[in-house]
Write a protein that binds this ligand. Sequence first.
Ligand code: UT7
Length: 323
Amino acid sequence: MTRRAVVVGTGHYLPERVVKNAEFEATLDTTDEWIRSRSGIERRHFAAEGETTSDMAAKAATRALADAGLTADDVDAIIVATSTADLTFPSAATMVQSKLGMTKGFAFDVQAVCAGFVYALSNANALIASGQAERVLVIGAETFSRIMDWTDRGTCVLFGDGAGALLLEGQELAGTNKDRGILSTDLNSDGRYKDLLYVDGGVSTQSTGHLRMQGNQVFRHAVEKLASTANTALDKAGLAASDVDWIVPHQANIRIIQGTAKKMGLSMDNVVVTVQDHGNTSAASIPLALSVGKERGQIKEGNLIVTEAIGGGLAWGAVVVRW
Ligand code: UT7
């Protein structure tokens, strides 16, 4: 028997304001056609003034708990993957804990930019597998609209805000790759590439800063590293790409998503795609896509799913989970 971290609830939250590509045409030298054809993005949501990452995270978490038929009292730990926490400290996760009215357990943030949710899932899996936690809320939540340079057409049209949450529960299962739950994880980073995608501010520079990206360089790394980490994670679980029902990728660019699926020998019929509606929501994009994919009726119990993501660092990784 093996202790597995099984997904028992999902939920997501998107802020009310929807911004279509055409809105950028008024202030930037860009077009709906360019954004659509180069990235696949058609619209994105932006948080309202005063709406924070932990507000959105708490809403997604509340929905995941309701989906599981559980309450905050049933949870031992909260992990929030984010690069855009409300304050420098305390963590967004402790703010979510307070908003859920949860007074026990423990909560912390994980910061691995767009790969953050994959890193958070891997941490949650380790906590559950080692018996340190029974049920863990794993949330990805971001307000990237706060770190955009609205004069930089190469970045500001690409990102959006939102939150998604999974509730994981420890279950004693057979220990084979037919089990439900997280079957394997693969995490990587390479700080040599830290200048390809970063924010030019932070606490020690006394400014919030803006996101800076050499998009075409990141693009080059993405397809190769994403297919490779997904295949490595599958290999660790004794599975192959042909066993996969759904790739649920980080939603940065439809061309990266297509290129990764192709490299893995899978069709786009096996990919959950939300990039057109959400843009790139960094650490929130995978849990958003999982929750939306389930709501659409794409993801069903027993399906084999591989999630993969890459972002600033560069940091990248994949998780194989049977739903
Ligand atoms: O989530 C973290 C990981 N991030 C990513 O995965 C993002 C990876 N990168 C990408 O998605 C793509 O590289 C972009 C969508 C950012 C850009 O697409 P691209 O095909 O790589 O274009 P490019 O950066 O090579 O730029 C091509 C041209 C440039 O003009 P010149 O130099 O050829 O005259 C850009 O200035 O497109 C221009 N351009 C734009 N034109 C109209 C850049 N942004 C825009 C824009 N509207 N918004």
